[in-house]
Ligand binder design. Sequence first.
Ligand code: HT7
Ligand code: ZN
Length: 853
Amino acid sequence: PVTIHRGDYRPPEWQVPDVALDFALGIEETRVSAALSVQRTTDGPAPLLLRGDGLTPAAVRVDGEVWNDWRMDGSDLIVDLGERTAAVVEIDTVVNPAANTQLMGLYASNDMLCTQCEAEGFRRITFHPDRPDVLSRYRVRMAGDKTRFPILLSNGNCIDRGEGDGGTHWALWEDPWPKPSYLFALVAGDLVANRDSFTTMSGRTVELGIWVRAGDEDRTGHAMQALKNSMRWDEEVYGREYDLDLFNIVAVGDFNMGAMENKGLNIFNTRYILADPDTATDMDYDGVEGVVAHEYFHNWSGNRVTCRDWFQLSLKEGFTVYRDQCFSADMGSAAVKRIEDVRLLRAAQFPEDAGPLAHPIRPDSFQEISNFYTATVYNKGAEIIRMMATMVGPERFRKGTDLYFERHDGEAATCEDFVRAIEDGAGIDLQQFRRWYEQAGTPRLKLSLVEEAGQWSLDIVQTVPPTPGQPEKQPMMMPLRLAAFAMDGSGAHLADTLVTISGATQRIALGRFAVRPALSVNRGFSAPVIVDFARAPGELAWLAAHDDDPFARYEALQQLMLDTLVAAVSGKDRDPQTVIDAVAQTLSGRAADPAFVAEAVLLPSEAFIGDQMLTVDPDAIRRERLALQAAIGAALESEWRAILDGAAPPATDLSRGAKGGRRLRGVALAYLAATGMDDAAALAFRVFSQADGMTERQAALATLAHGDSDERAHALDIFYQRYRDNPLVLDKWFQVQAWSVRPDTVDAVRALAQHPDFTLTNPNRVRALYGALTGNQAAFHQADGAGYRLIADLVIALDPKNPQTAARMIPPLGRWKRFDERRQALMKAELERILAQPGLSRDTTEQASKSLL
Ligand code: HT7
Ligand code: ZN
């Protein structure tokens, strides 16, 4: 496989100011005629390199004449244009959307045609430079059968439409904004719209449409509201106005990722559009809001200012994730949103940063760019933007982003351009901070408190671990928010303070305290680091109860739980009473903020407990976590029952309080069920049966799925019969079974893969079943290696159909170094078995081979 290096970037030798596309649409055969107006940017006679993937040129014309001066270079087309400095190159191609199981390029999903071009899918439709620094104005004509494709959509505005021969019709779309090919989109199908409009800050009316299959339109209200809220928020917070008269979203059932920000025509996984109380959980609702916002925000951070090359992916993704995080925080509870974001970072990005696939947010090389749509590029990328915002404060950060948009509007920019705009606009020196773009690995801060004559200080030692290809690291610059409190009731404290860390060692004065103060550190998770700081259980419990920063209260309780669990797993006796008391204390504040309390009292995940250990022992972790859950469940039984005895908020009430109340009820049910009490299954079944919406129903079903009661089988059957025709809800049915703590879960997953409703052709279904299994630590790491085998079998079966989705299943197998020797051998054997398959895709080859290093 060829490795592409960031340092090898060269500007394009040909620009393509205009692209005209003509589609004769058919599910099994679509004919594409492309006319590229090309202009040479260099002096030398460079031939025109047009990328292709699986295409054969049916005809090539230059300035209207048949042209024979072309050749294929692998799957690419090289056209020799001699001395010409400009030309119109026309190429005809034919594609088969029905056979496109990769879901990249033009493909069929449920009888409709749609496209996915990021990152390199456009070259599967027609020959083109297909690189993000080649920006063109697009004019798209499409024609097709009127009954099969009554709706014809593309980017920009529809400027003409008409009837054709033999029951066909056509539409002509024009997008006035130059864009890279990865933002091209086309949709044709039998769709209905939820229509609305939005008046922009300058008074323009924008027509909005969310297009779905007939019958689904009643489930698009939340997405529409999220879209309008996003449009207003981007005006108010970033001064960014929408720039077309039309904004369309289409929902498709088969989609490799969450959604795609094509200019004026976003295409979404149905999962992030469709929601009603009967079929979607509160978490699903939040997912819809966040993803709608994310794609909308890309209109500026990604589309108006795009990326020069794919190494700069975090320029648009990190910044846009940061923007959608802030939006969701403003729409709901900022504290809870921060907790969720940090939990995701620790669950998905920290392990990536600690494993064989670690890479900086701006990678130095890749074989297949699809493998770099990672938690590092997205979520660590967002943390790095957040740190800049924290260091300069909101007003100066806005000056920086204003300057960035002003300087680079209409351009393909780099991460360096962004950092320079923040430096110049906000007035800060980010020279050392740039290391975050270069160095992989999660920094560790080792903290100790020192005292001299009643004056207390904090000593910090920073290390950044070695990662593949980066044995030596330099210290990073980061903002650290901290506070300190006297626990003796004297009231002495150091109020919230922001310090900038930059050295390998640093001392920070905390002030005068009579006794050792309780330190609240990395408040709000101001820096994406691991903090090593030994603290007594009593100190953590005090902070969990008294810290004035909600995130820090959450962290203190989590740390207390984590310390207790790690001690137990390591065979050390640790009385759970401090944890039980701290949970009880936190629960007492539930009336004021049930959502926060529900998050705070959740035990750390099995995977996160494993991340604290030298060698992960999945079975001991499962055992001790269940034991602590049962102990807390039993000790606070009356509290949990009181929560469940209260009336459930109506499922149609999506207020913060109602969502928090439902979340807490789900947590209470899980704690009670963990005790194994006689009536646990009956109680969960009652909640399941009486639930008036999916949040309670799914929580109760997931709780039942952990056990082996008759109620479990009964509830699963009721759920299946009720929702068998709703793919998104059926995903949940597969998922809760793969999440189960039952000892036979791997066997159950193997059996479910043979279920008539399981299919490898739908990425949501694959993720629901197998993705849930890899997230179920004790099951995936079952000692006999059956979990590893099942995932490797999946990768081998899926790779020929959908290499992107197959490759995404590999990283859990790559974490072998964290496990005992026997498991290591089993995991490596499966990676080797995958690699031995003939004809393996570039995606899977890169992930599997790097995972073995
Ligand atoms: N920018 C979008 C990326 C994306 C994608 C990438 C590879 C393959 C399929 C894909 N679908 C969407 C999504 C986003 O971050 O907004
Ligand atoms: Zn994005």
